[in-house]
Design a protein around this ligand. Structure first.
Ligand code: ZN
Length: 283
């Protein structure tokens, strides 16, 4: 048996090849390790892959920087979970890379030659699968799309920089985009619900998010020339019309040649792309 775990800023999703499970993310490293090791024990899992929101060293299993899960910074998650278990191999990967791989194997990226997947959640992650292989990078940190600059000296990002794509295209980005026009501090899901009911201010915030995401994806299209870009994560699940808005923005901005070859689609595995990908990547 294998276990795939996707640790996000708000929720953890687990997948064991059959069942999906979603639980609140614990607020300490000890509780997190205990939760994952407990589930692995119940399953008698031989391999566990943990996908984490943030920068992870794929070779050592250390989480080096996780802006949305600060209690994991500097923790060797692979060692900590392996210590709790006997005979179980643990691998740690970036959550967006896992999501891209999950979608490539079992979802919207099947058959793609050059597949990119962006996950909009608490933050903004990106992953790529090129000719069937996940793009990991030399240090395990390829495709940190959320922290590419779309606005020099723009809004502060959770990573400490300014003007990152994530500062606009994420759940906290959406809150800000709504706040600047309304001075109302609403949670992202409430803004998305308002937009669904046709509220103009909420739609304006979503269109602004689609604009920034379109800018970011055009940069990727001009770099990679992908056939498919998938959008994953809770925001897209709740408001699927975002996909079309983003595609229109990208097609408006991109060169004709790569623009024609491209389609922007929704992830098919819903919120579980990362957990399924982690399952597929488990040792
Ligand atoms: Zn950033």
């Amino acid at each position: 048996m294998k276990l795939g775990v996707d640790v996000g800023g708000t929720f953890i999703k687990l997948y064991n090849g059959k069942n999906r499970e979603k639980v609140k993310t614990p607020r300490s490293a000890e509780e997190l390790v205990e939760l994952i090791a407990g589930r692995a024990e119940e399953l008698s899992a031989k391999g566990v892959c943990i996908a984490v929101a943030g920068l992870v060293n794929g070779e050592t299993g250390e989480v080096t920087e996780s802006p949305n899960l600060p209690f994991l910074n500097g923790l060797n998650l692979k060692e900590e979970v392996e210590k709790r278990l006997t005979g179980t191999a643990v691998r740690v990967v970036n959550d967006a890379t896992a999501a891209a791989y999950g979608e490539f194997k079992r979802g919207s990226g099947r058959g793609s030659r050059l597949f990119l997947c962006l996950t909009l959640g608490t933050g903004l992650g990106g992953g790529a699968v090129i000719n069937g292989e996940p793009l990991i990078g030399v240090s395990g940190s390829a495709m940190e799309v959320g922290h590419t600059t779309v606005c020099v000296n723009g809004w502060p990002c959770h990573c400490g920089r300014r003007g990152c794509l994530e500062a606009y295209a994420s759940s906290y980005g959406l809150k800000r985009l709504y706040y600047i026009n309304t001075e109302e501090d609403l949670p992202p899901h409430a803004i998305l619900e308002l937009a669904k009911s046709g509220d103009e201010k909420a739609l304006k915030a979503i269109k602004a998010l689609a604009f920034y995401l379109g800018v970011g994806i055009t940069n990727l299209v001009h770099t990679f020339n992908p056939d498919t870009v998938a959008l994953a994560g809770g925001t897209v699940v709740q408001f699927p019309k975002l996909i079309k808005l983003v595609e229109e923005e990208v097609k408006r901005r991109a060169f004709k040649l790569p623009g024609k070859a491209l389609k922007v689609v929704g992830a098919e595995l819903g919120e579980f792309s990362g957990a399924v990908g982690a399952y597929e990547l488990a040792p």
